[in-house]
Design a binder for this molecule. Structure first.
Ligand SMILES: Cc1ncc(COP(=O)(O)O)c(C=O)c1O
Length: 391
């Protein structure tokens, strides 16, 4: 492996590297503070509390949420999606979702369908991974309580039209849950303007926080409809053995992941300082990657070609080559690190026709990738594809 530089293109799984300010914030908290948040009154406990409050406020501002208490810290994106889905649905409810979803939406819904009599319709996408909002409209029934849709696919990067979907769902009084795992931090999201009722996202991908962080945003009033999935200590109303109903405590039982949350806060501050520059950089790199990959013989690129219709998640298949083998060769020979397989999105791979091919090879661009990284990845794929053509 010698002097080859590590080229990390697995940012859709978790972003790496993080800004220095994230490492510093986590390290400083662990070394100098180390106290729990919301529990005690000594100086360091107060500092921990302030740090969590500040991170929550930054996150709310970043999302365009008017009240920071509507942002709940969770363990990851999956935890936030489970809270929204299991917390909302009852026996007999109907849900509209799509085939482009991640298993963190599909599996809770399958579980409720199997064990609790919830009915689920999964709307198809077109060849580019786009779900027609009118198909969602057609799937909505009188008992539809929830429309659960991912903002951008973690396989093809395709961006869905959230404002049209929320308008359609709200005409029929359905709640809209948006899985923003692949968009928050990469695309501007204003929950009010998009009409989002519930937004779930990891803190460790586009928001640049550490693993073990995530969030659920709840529009005003949703807290009266979403049950808690776990109860416990919150540091508030401790003389009462019932779970507080006040936000955010209602949904934040147990000691918070303060090192993760202060890191997440630093990640958001970094993004806010960088502004549109990062977004433009991301789009340019995505364009560059797609243009390079499309030109390689034997390589099929999934999803839309236009960077404006997608985020920097790009999956490919190389004719005659198993995706796992491609990923192993890219890492082993070139230190290009990608993810191969089904990406926890079985219905999306079924829609793309890649289930029998072992899935696809996914490149996902992060804020610290460079043009040189992208060019190296393209050159590595070209070499693998040429070998496969020669054999
Ligand atoms: C679209 C999508 N939704 C949800 C998740 C789950 O997020 P987490 O890994 O934080 O649980 C992922 C993670 O890959 C994802 O890509």
């Amino acid at each position: 492996m010698g002097g080859l530089k590590r080229i990390y293109l697995d940012n859709a799984a978790t972003s790496w590297p993080k800004p220095d300010s994230v490492y510093d914030a986590v390290s400083r908290y662990l070394r100098e503070c180390g106290a729990p948040a919301g529990r005690s009154v000594y100086a360091e406990a107060h500092q921990a509390n302030q740090a969590v409050t500040a991170a929550r406020a930054s996150l709310a501002k970043f999302l365009g949420a008017d009240d920071p208490r509507r942002v709940i810290f969770t363990l990851n994106g999956t935890d936030a999606l489970n809270l929204a889905i299991h917390g909302l649905l009852d026996e007999g409810d109907h849900v509209v979702t799509t085939v482009v979803e991640h298993n963190s939406v599909l599996r809770p819904l399958r579980q409720l369908e199997t064990c609790r009599g919830v009915k689920v319709d999964r709307v198809a996408c077109n060849v580019r991974g786009y779900v027609d909002p009118l198909a969602i409209r057609r799937a909505i029934r009188p008992k539809t309580k929830l429309v659960a849709v991912t903002h951008a696919s973690n396989v093809t990067g395709t961006i869905q039209n959230i404002s049209e979907i929320t308008a359609i769902a709200h005409e029929r009084e359905a709640v809209v849950l948006v899985d923003a795992a692949q968009t928050l931090g990469y695309l501007p999201i204003h929950v009010g303007e998009l009409g989002i009722d519930l937004l779930a996202a990891p803190g460790h991908k586009g928001l640049l926080g550490p693993l073990g962080t995530g969030l659920l945003y709840l529009r005003a009033g949703m807290e009266r409809r979403i049950r808690t999935l776990r109860e416990g200590g919150t540091g508030t109303q401790s003389d009462d053995d019932r779970q507080p109903q006040m936000l955010p405590y209602k949904y934040e039982a147990g000691s918070l992941n303060v090192p993760g949350i202060v890191g997440l806060g630093a990640g958001i501050d970094f993004l806010r300082m960088q502004g549109n520059r990062l977004r433009e950089h991301h789009q340019q790199l995505t364009d560059r990657l797609i243009a390079g990959l499309i030109d390689i013989g034997g390589v099929r690129v999934f999803g839309p070609a236009e960077a404006s219709e997608r985020v920097g998640v790009v999956s490919i298949a190389i004719e005659g080559y198993d995706p796992q083998e491609v990923a192993a060769t890219l890492d082993g020979a070139h230190r290009v690190q990608v993810r191969a397989g089904f990406h926890c999105a079985p219905l999306m791979h079924a829609a793309l026709g890649t289930l029998d091919l072992g899935g696809a090879v996914r490149f996902s661009i992060g804020v610290f990738n460079t043009e040189a990284d992208i060019d190296a990845a393209i050159a590595a794929v070209a070499e693998v594809a040429a070998e496969s053509a020669a054999t």
